[in-house]
Design a protein around this ligand. Structure first.
Ligand SMILES: [Zn+2]
Length: 269
């Protein structure tokens, strides 16, 4: 490890120390991101950087209540492979990989596992892995993508249009990146692009999902990789949305930690 041992870092423990950590029953947080195109103005690490930084901020605030696992750095990206640099993990590999991690945690006796996702296309996969974890172990396993923790606040404070202004490398992601590390954002290259088919029922927006979902080859809906309006991004909004995500995540972790793992019943008689 680099620097001092951190109480909230899962992999900073020795194995004998881990026994005490298991007895404490913290919420295990498993972040997952991606290495993926994020327009001409943001680096490939957006999803990894944002979700990891948010989870670290949470863990630093409540180190007794969580254990933070290393971030899974790659995601499901088949539809983004036209953009140079993107790394994709096949959906079935990713699901199996996530499930191997969560079932390992359950095997050791952890009963609360939370998958923290930074990349939209990981969601159906981690959702399924979380369900399978519950079916195949005695643990509870939940997942979320971070903007969904602050839906109300986004609705009140966004400046881009809904739906469409906040999907990918957008007002939301660019604002938070500006807040965390302005020097890595090339705002002069940011451009607005909202290219999916207009519809009452189908759209892409991190501020609220559509009734009907469809994910196309990304180059069919975006030439730059952007879907949304990053030109409206500011550090101030980034701080607002980042702080709220961290606060709400702490609130949920405390609720989740208190959830009882109820016995399941076989009704065959
Ligand atoms: Zn992203």
């Amino acid at each position: 490890m680099h620097g001092p041992k951190q109480k909230y870092r899962y992999d900073h423990y020795t194995w004998p120390e881990m026994r005490e950590a298991i007895a404490r029953q913290p919420v295990c947080i498993l972040p997952i991101g991606s290495v993926e195109d994020h327009g001409p103005h943001l680096p490939l690490d957006v999803d990894n950087y944002l979700i990891t930084t948010m989870c670290e901020a949470v863990a630093e605030r409540i180190p007794e209540e969580v254990l933070l696992l290393p971030t899974i750095p790659y995601g499901f990206e088949d539809h983004h492979m036209s953009f140079p640099g993107t790394i994709t993990i096949r959906a079935e590999h990713l699901e199996a990989f996530v499930l191997d991690i969560t079932l390992s945690l359950a095997h050791h006796g952890f009963r609360k596992i939370l998958i923290a996702d930074g990349h939209g296309s990981n969601m159906p996969i981690v959702d399924l892995a979380a369900r399978k974890t519950i079916i195949q172990s005695d643990a509870l396993c939940a997942c979320f993508i971070w903007p969904s923790l602050i839906g109300d606040l986004i609705r009140k404070t966004r400046e881009s249009r809904f739906p469409g202004g906040m999907s990918h490398a957008c007002e939301l992601e660019t604002s938070v990146y500006l807040y965390l590390n302005e020097s890595a954002v090339e705002m002069n290259l940011a451009r607005k692009e909202i290219g999916f088919h207009p519809s009452k029922y189908y759209w892409h927006d991190l501020g609220g999902g559509p009734p009907v979902r469809m994910v196309e080859w990304w180059t069919r809906i975006s030439a730059s990789g952007v879907v949304g309006d990053p030109t409206l991004a500011t550090r101030e909004k980034g701080k607002l949305w980042y702080d709220a995500t961290v606060n709400n995540l702490i609130e949920f972790i405390r609720e989740f930690r208190a959830f009882e793992v109820r016995p399941k019943t076989d009704l065959h008689g």
